[in-house]
Design a protein around this ligand. Structure first.
Ligand code: HEM
Length: 131
């Protein structure tokens, strides 16, 4: 983040919230009325808890071991890791907005993601409100 807005970091393209980045403290009173993002826009605090953007690169810590079917399940049904029985994907991942995309388009996105530079990064586990 800069004083003119965000600048993409090509070395970390689509690799999700950096596991080395500790979130700064926030005012929990303010957080009751706002959705807060960290400066890198990789983590968000809201009524659902705290979510961290996923590693979508083809490393084993990302989607490297995912099948196309898993990706379609994540995007169309909002399932974490695209696995049956896993928890729902949290906001701000707008999966509901993508769920109507034709399979052909989702498959093209998956093929693109499998083609980018793998980045090793284990994204921290989400903190789900009330759990
Ligand atoms: C075409 C665009 C997008 C694609 C292909 C995509 C893909 C994905 C996938 C596959 C996951 C699941 C990762 C996993 O289970 O390990 C995910 C999670 C996530 N995405 Fe997206 N995403 C997109 C757009 C967005 C946007 C626009 C945002 C935020 C504004 C976002 C925020 C997140 C967050 C916070 C998570 C983690 C959710 C959780 O832990 O429950 N995504 N995304």
């Amino acid at each position: 983040m800069t004083d003119r807005g965000p600048i993409p970091d090509p070395n970390r393209l689509l690799s999700g919230h950096n596991s080395n980045e500790i979130l700064p403290a926030y005012d929990s009173e303010t957080a009751k009325s706002y959705v807060l993002f960290n400066m890198n826009s990789t983590a968000a605090v809201g009524p659902w808890g705290i979510s961290y953007s996923g590693n979508l690169t083809p490393d084993d810590t990302g989607i490297g071991t995912w099948s196309e079917a898993q990706f379609l399940k994540a995007m169309k049904e909002g399932k974490y890791k695209g696995l049956e029985g896993s928890r729902p994907l949290l906001p701000p991942m707008p999966w509901q907005a993508y769920s109507q995309m034709p399979d052909e388009d989702l498959k093209a996105i998956f093929a693109y993601l499998k083609s980018i530079k793998p980045v090793e990064n284990i994204v921290p586990a989400a903190k789900i409100a009330g759990m």
